[in-house]
Design a protein around this ligand. Structure first.
Ligand code: NAD
Length: 485
């Protein structure tokens, strides 16, 4: 694949071959699809300087003018949906039937929705004894975005759209595993009329992310990544009193009560464990099922799981492509072994599919474990692969306590036909987002983010605007200054 250059800075592609070379690999075939260079200090300085310049200009535009650019960018992204989906499938290995509907589409939604937020940006007016005060939301300045590899263009867009809507500029570092699609977002924003330098992409590994997080010009860092990386990036951001949003990992519970619609609950559990080959932060990987329906649940779950088609992710019939890398497969297989050796019952999957079609990719079967107990490794640690743990429970009180017994708090789900119980349980679950009778939907209109170790700050929804702006208060006196001096 021809990539013009590794980085995108000040409105154009940029290269510095002194940077460490690295390959972007198609996880389905093992083929190198592009070779890029990690950012050198010179590249980082150029990107930060360009962003600083562009931000000053952009912040002086009327909100409605900024809105227009984001709106045009969303249109361009939709027009290019198919090509972007294919690029994402080549870079991540995710099935094309997913990327065609979920990845650039979600990015375009964010650009469109935050364009409306940009146009509607306003503050409040507060009447006072002798005068009044007003507040306004001001941009932070240059924001750094750092992405994970599971939803590359979605993550870049979910960060860029609210950041730009608030009048900030962004320097974005994609994951080194999936460097390509963020460059396309940069092209789109420039074509849509953004000032040069408003959205820049620099490539590299953790050290480049760390250099950006501690750069003197950086006002905010927004990371999507694992909890250990979050700890480092948050500490680095704190060292300069920078704003931070941390979208981190999870081990989310999904609770299925005996009165739930069984097929819906099973569908939710499958989507919440197998979509994107299980590589989703908010997955409901601990599925608590009430004992009275446990065997019926497992029987149908196994039947339906066996119908999942693994294969070439570019084939529109394929449900699941490979994992992102061979290393990730080793990690997932380690957890499968841990599940078996610690006494969980393997219901289906657990292996590597055989045959020539699977020989070159990091494929793994969708896997279900039953008889999982709370202390097992597979019930405690994030696996980031298509491995579902099913745990049995008796009472509501018990399941809430067990569901919350985790350092993570990203997401949670409850399936029940009892309206009051649905709300009661959602209320009690310690998670940034809870779903009742569905799972893993993240429309741009609603805030998304974690509590506890899963992070803080919110993406999407009006809430995201608060995390990319700061409040200024202006008090206006209408009387005389009452001075005793
Ligand atoms: P990761 O933490 O290994 O890397 C994430 C990004 O951080 C990469 O771009 C990496 O280069 C960069 N990085 C690494 N060390 C850094 C440092 N010291 N300073 C600055 N940047 C650094 O995560 P990953 O393996 O790419 O992604 C999987 C993880 O992401 C999972 O834990 C998953 O749950 C999480 N995730 C969370 C969300 C969410 O919205 N909450 C979404 C997707 C993925």
């Amino acid at each position: 694949m021809h990539v013009q250059a590794s980085h995108f800075i000040d409105g154009d592609y940029a290269e510095d071959t002194d940077g460490r070379a690295f390959d972007s690999i198609n996880p389905a075939t093992g083929e190198v699809i592009a070779t890029l260079h990690a950012a050198t200090p010179a590249i980082i300085e150029r990107a930060m300087a360009a962003a600083e310049r562009a931000q000053r200009e952009w912040a002086s535009w009327l909100p409605v003018e900024r809105a227009r650019v984001l709106r045009r960018a969303s249109d361009l992204m939709r027009e290019r949906n198919d090509a972007l989906a294919k690029l994402e499938t080549l870079d991540t290995g995710k099935a094309i039937q997913e990327t065609l509907v979920a990845d650039p589409a979600s990015g375009a939604d964010a650009l469109e929705w935050f364009s409306a937020q940009a146009a509607g940006l306003s503050g409040e007016s507060v009447p006072l004894a002798e005068g009044f005060a007003y507040t306004k939301r001001e941009p932070l300045g240059v924001c750094v975005g750092i992405g994970a590899w599971n939803y590359p263009i979605q993550i870049a867009s979910w960060k860029a759209a609210p950041a730009l809507a608030c009048g900030n500029a962004m320097v974005f570092k994609p994951s080194e595993m999936t460097p390509l699609s963020a460059l396309k977002l940069a092209e789109i924003l420039m074509e849509a009329g953004a000032p040069k330098g408003l959205f820049n992409v620099v490539q590299g590994f953790g050290d480049v992310g760390a250099a950006l997080s501690t750069h003197a010009k950086t006002a905010k860092v927004s990371l999507t990544g694992s909890v250990p990386t979050g700890g480092k990036v948050y500490a680095a951001a704190a060292s300069g009193m920078r704003h931070a949003t941390m979208e981190l990992g999870g081990k989310s519970p999904m609770v299925v009560f005996e009165d739930a619609d069984l097929e819906d609950a099973i569908g939710g559990a499958m989507l919440g464990n197998f979509y994107s080959t299980g590589q989703i932060c908010s997955n409901g990987t601990r599925v608590f099922v009430q004992k009275s329906i446990l065997e019926a649940f497992l029987t149908r779950l196994a039947e339906r799981t066996k119908t999942i088609r693994l294969g070439d992710p570019l084939d529109p019939e394929t449900h699941l492509g490979p994992l992102i890398s061979e290393e990730q497969r080793r990690k997932v297989l380690f957890y499968v072994e841990a599940g078996k050796s610690e006494g969980a019952r393997l219901v289906t999957g657990g292996g590597v599919p055989e045959g020539e079609a699977f020989a070159k990719g990091a494929y793994i079967e969708p896997t279900v474990f039953a008889d999982v107990t709370d202390d097992m490794t597979i019930a405690r640690e994030e696996i980031f692969g298509p491995v579902m743990s099913v745990l049995a429970f008796d009472t509501e009180e018990e399941v809430i306590a067990r569901a919350n017994d985790t350092p993570f708090g990203l997401a949670a789900g409850v399936f029940t036909r009892d309206l009051a119980r649905g709300h009661r349980v959602a209320d009690a679950l310690e998670a940034g987002i809870c779903w009742i009778n569905t799972y893993n939907l993240t429309p741009v209109e609603i805030p998304f983010g974690g509590v506890k170790q899963s992070g803080f700050g919110r993406e999407n929804g009006r809430a995201a605007m608060e995390f990319y702006s700061q409040l200024k208060t202006v008090q206006v006196a209408l009387g005389k200054v009452d001075s005793p001096y």
